[in-house]
Design a protein around this ligand. Structure first.
Ligand SMILES: [Zn+2]
Ligand SMILES: [Zn+2]
Length: 271
């Protein structure tokens, strides 16, 4: 059984946890260590099973807790080599432990316990930002947040995944008609900004298969509402695909049989 938790998501903080009970990985640590600890406890995940933190990018809502996690748990944080090279000031400001930073280049695969991660480049105004395909015990998870556009290689990866986590940041009309200054609107909509509901839901419609799950994450407080994302889902995504809109700051969890359990159940049903 693989257990996954969206501990929190949005500009207030982002943190995802994946565990098979033996090994645990965390993607983004934009929360305080005490919040992470409470989340782990309430979901029955032992902190000493955490092997590594993987960062999508170094904006504080994704990385502000990393330094403390590194020190408290003595575990490495992974980021792209570009992210490390170009974010020196941020790394020091957020008091990350340099000796506990591991880097990857895009296209590389990284094995940590039961998990294998395939990082890919995303488009965001934080150098070296990444999305991940995560494999564990025959199952795959796709995670892409904070990106102005969807990279081509994300499509086959998401098609391969059983569970997708994808940013649905803003509704076009709300952003356009909203109070943000023009420059900020351009930044959000730009190639290195964030994904709109339409782009996100369209991507999910093109990549999710029957039986898959899609979690829409990182909704903007000012330029989106969960209902707008849901309306877009109803218009575009067929039934048979489980869709969940993750409201800002709330926690969501799911479980999925690993491949061995799935085959066992199929064999049992056939007997
Ligand atoms: Zn963010
Ligand atoms: Zn960001």
């Amino acid at each position: 059984m693989i257990h996954y938790v969206v501990l929190t998501t949005g500009s207030c903080g982002n943190c995802y946890i994946f565990t098979d009970g033996t090994d645990t990985i965390v993607v983004d640590a934009g929360v305080t260590f005490s919040k992470m600890q409470r989340g782990l406890e309430s979901h029955g995940i032992a902190a000493d099973t955490i092997r590594s933190v993987f960062l999508t990018h170094l904006h504080p809502d994704h990385s502000k807790g990393v330094g403390v996690v590194q020190r408290k748990l003595g575990i490495p944080a992974y980021m792209s080599e570009i992210a490390k090279a170009e974010n020196s000031v941020v790394i020091d400001k957020q008091r990350m432990e340099r000796p506990l930073i591991n880097t990857f280049s895009f296209g590389e695969e990284i094995s940590v316990g039961s998990f294998t991660l395939f990082p890919f480049r995303s488009f965001h105004d934080s150098a070296g930002s990444a999305g991940y395909l995560i494999r564990c015990r025959g199952r795959s998870f796709f995670l892409l947040t904070d990106t102005g556009r969807i990279p081509d290689e994300a499509f086959p990866m998401a098609r391969d995944a059983d569970v997708e986590f994808i940013e649905a940041n803003y509704d076009d009309d709300m952003l356009e008609g909203g109070m943000y200054p023009a420059a900020l609107k351009r930044r959000i909509k730009g190639e290195y900004g964030h994904l709109s509901n339409d782009a996100s839901v369209d991507f999910a419609a093109r990549t999710a298969r029957q039986g898959d799950s899609v979690y829409f994450v990182h909704l903007s407080r000012n330029n989106n509402t969960p209902d707008l994302v849901r309306q877009s889902i109803v218009r575009r995504i067929p039934s048979g695909i489980f869709c969940k809109v993750c409201e800002r700051g709330e926690t969501f969890e799911g479980f999925i049989d690993d491949e061995e359990e799935r085959q066992g159940k199929e064999a049992g049903a056939g007997a």
